[in-house]
Design a protein around this ligand. Structure first.
Ligand code: CP
Ligand code: NVA
Length: 308
């Protein structure tokens, strides 16, 4: 059985297979809004539980639609409505759910919850975001980059802002897909050394550059994310904004990156904060493709989980 827990915990060749499968799934749809009538139905007669302990638009809708297009059904559960939110252990929840459903996707806070779920579930478990990673997002981002620019290997990705969970998954992907990453942000919000070390140990160049204009020189891709993540205390908002303001992705920064650099953001974005509307709606932005590609990437991830 295959769990999809994190990019650095998934075999390199499996990751490449998932991206190629996602490309094929998307091509087969030929731009149609709905599933192709001849779509395979690998989830026929299967039930997938989608558990959310944090809010979501893209993850919730793209998984729900993806499961249905693959012939399955979904059950969307909020952690606080389950006994899980009232003292039942994660291990017991995993054992019970495995008797009812064929796959579990969970968005949670502590990554230990995801790990415990996967240790005790007898069905595949997928990470729909934790405080420390967001692997489904980065699979969609790799797919999006390759659609627009070809192979991501040996390219330069620049992360602007907070070295958060999405940044961590980008560092994992740098190691696994073989690209280099420059982080530009305040020292207080550097990504954890564990994530940087993973990419470096895989032979990739990870650069920390405090000057955002220097950082983006020669970038193939510039990425931003919210300055205050769902797991961050709201009381830290003002302090974070003050530290992060110099790292806003705006027209001036994209000009420094060069006209061939793409712009990505996992969304939801805060227009006028981490990124300006000019950049989000401008010619270098591929954010809507990126959001769409969550659907295709996750269908490929679910197929891979079932193959195991
Ligand atoms: N990018 C992303 O995961 O969005 P949601 O929080 O809306 O799911
Ligand atoms: N870093 C953000 C990503 C949201 C998809 C958060 O964790 O809130």
């Amino acid at each position: 059985m295959n769990h999809f827990l994190d990019i650095h915990k998934t075999d390199k060749s499996a990751l490449r297979g998932i991206i190629d499968d996602a490309k094929a799934i998307k091509t087969a749809r030929a731009g149609r809004p709905k599933a192709a009538p001849d779509d395979e139905l690998p989830l026929k007669d299967r039930m997938v539980a989608l558990i959310f302990e944090k809010p979501s638009t893209r993850t919730r809708v793209s998984f729900d639609v993806g499961v249905r297009q693959m012939g399955g059904q979904t059950m969307v559960l909020s952690g606080s409505d389950m006994q899980l939110g009232h003292g039942e252990t994660i291990a017991d929840t995993a054992r019970v759910l495995s008797r009812y459903v064929d796959m579990i996707m969970i968005r949670t806070f502590d990554e230990a919850v995801l790990e415990e779920m996967s240790e005790h579930a007898t069905v595949p478990v997928i990470n729909g975001l934790t405080d420390r990673s967001h692997p489904c997002q980065i699979m969609a981002d790799v797919l999006t980059f390759e659609e627009h620019r070809g192979a991501i290997a040996d390219r330069k990705v620049v992360w602007c802002g907070d070295g958060n969970n999405v940044c961590a998954s980008f560092l994992h992907a740098a190691g696994q897909f073989g690209f280099d990453l420059t982080f530009t942000g305040p020292v207080q919000l550097d990504p954890e050394m564990e994530f940087v070390g993973f990419a470096r140990n895989a032979g990739r160049t990870v650069t920390i550059e405090r000057d955002p204009f220097k950082a983006v020189e020669g970038a193939d891709l510039v990425v931003a994310d919210t300055w205050v993540s769902m797991h961050d205390a709201q009381s830290a908002k003002e302090r974070r904004h003050n530290m992060l303001r110099p790292y806003q992705v705006n027209d001036r920064l994209m000009q420094a990156a060069g006209k061939d650099a793409l712009f990505m953001h996992c969304l939801p974005a805060h227009r006028g904060e981490e990124v300006t509307s000019e950049v989000m709606d401008g010619p270098q932005s591929v954010i809507w493709d990126e959001a769409e590609n969550r659907l295709h990437a996750q269908k490929a991830i679910m197929r891979w989980c079932l193959e195991g």
